[in-house]
Design a protein around this ligand. Structure first.
Ligand SMILES: N[C@@H](CCC(=O)N[C@@H](CS)C(=O)NCC(=O)O)C(=O)O
Length: 260
């Protein structure tokens, strides 16, 4: 049965799905363009990426997709078997959408998307939370400062409460789970973008290094590595498209990904 992933290298939850599939050795077709065309066709009526088409089965939401693929293909690593550890992964995922996700809306998006000065289009009526957050962050005079304050709050919370028993990975894990992949897609991007210094957060700093050692890290984050410092050197469309395209090429070069 063929798997198609609708996603984009610039999309944090898409990167989670890409990374999980590569770690799981799963072949997939990437339905994406290097442009900002996030058309999900019939796979996600909410009009967001990521979504998947597995045979004729559609599914959206990164965490649900990774769980589904993991159960289907027997990925034991990404969802711990221990009940309490697994429940903490779910706790992270539920918390993520209204807290860690704000890191992108308030710090990354105003530096990536706002400088592109895209033509104004009608906001997706099913993305109310995202639209409200972006309206707020795009309106601030210095999003590096205001967004940075939000990322400080999130980092303090994660550093203080998510490395149970001083474990290397989130939720007490001795190896990376879906919680780590989801969290890294939001937090890891700031190092490359020169938008946040994690030095005051020793557990996050250690975790970032551990995550960077995982297989396919550089492939999936080619977009971030190529985009580079968008604080001192503002983003532009040519740079955005080039970084996106290079990331897709890197994924294709693994032999596991083909383009639609
Ligand atoms: N909760 C979703 C979030 C998906 C999401 O935020 N997707 C963004 C791209 S990163 C999107 O498609 N935005 C376009 C829109 O909402 O219209 C998940 O975890 O998969």
């Amino acid at each position: 049965m063929s798997l198609t992933v609708y996603g984009h290298p610039a999309s944090q939850p898409s990167r989670t799905v890409f990374w999980a599939c590569l770690l799981g050795g799963l072949n997939f077709t990437l339905a994406s363009t290097a442009e900002l065309n996030l058309d999900t066709g019939a796979t996600n009526p909410r009009g967001q990426v990521p979504s998947i088409l597995d045979g004729d089965y559609c599914l959206a939401e990164a965490a649900a997709i990774v769980w589904y693929l993991g159960e289907k293909h027997g990925w034991r690593d990404m969802y711990p078997e221990d009940l309490e550890e697994q429940a903490r992964v779910h706790q992270f995922i539920n918390m993520h959408h209204t807290l860690v996700r704000l890191a992108t809306y308030h710090l990354m998006a105003p530096h990536v998307v706002k400088p592109l000065a895209l033509p104004v289009s009608d906001p997706n009526p099913l993305s109310i939370f995202q639209s409200d957050a972006l309206a707020q962050s795009f309106a601030t005079d210095d999003p590096a400062v205001t967004g940075g304050e939000i990322v400080s709050v999130i980092s303090g919370f994660l550093d203080g409460h998510y490395f149970y028993d001083d474990a290397e990975f989130l939720c007490g894990g001795s190896q990376a789970t879906v919680a780590d992949l989801i969290c890294y897609s939001e937090i890891g991007q700031f190092t490359y973008a020169n938008l946040f210094d994690f030095t005051p957060y020793p557990k996050i700093s250690r975790w970032l290094k551990a995550m960077q050692q995982l297989p396919f890290h550089d492939v999936v984050h080619t977009y971030n590595i190529e985009l580079g410092d968008i604080r001192t050197s503002p983003n532009n469309m040519a740079r955005f498209l080039s970084a996106s395209e290079k990331c897709i090429e890197a994924m294709v070069s693994t032999g596991l990904v083909s383009r639609s």
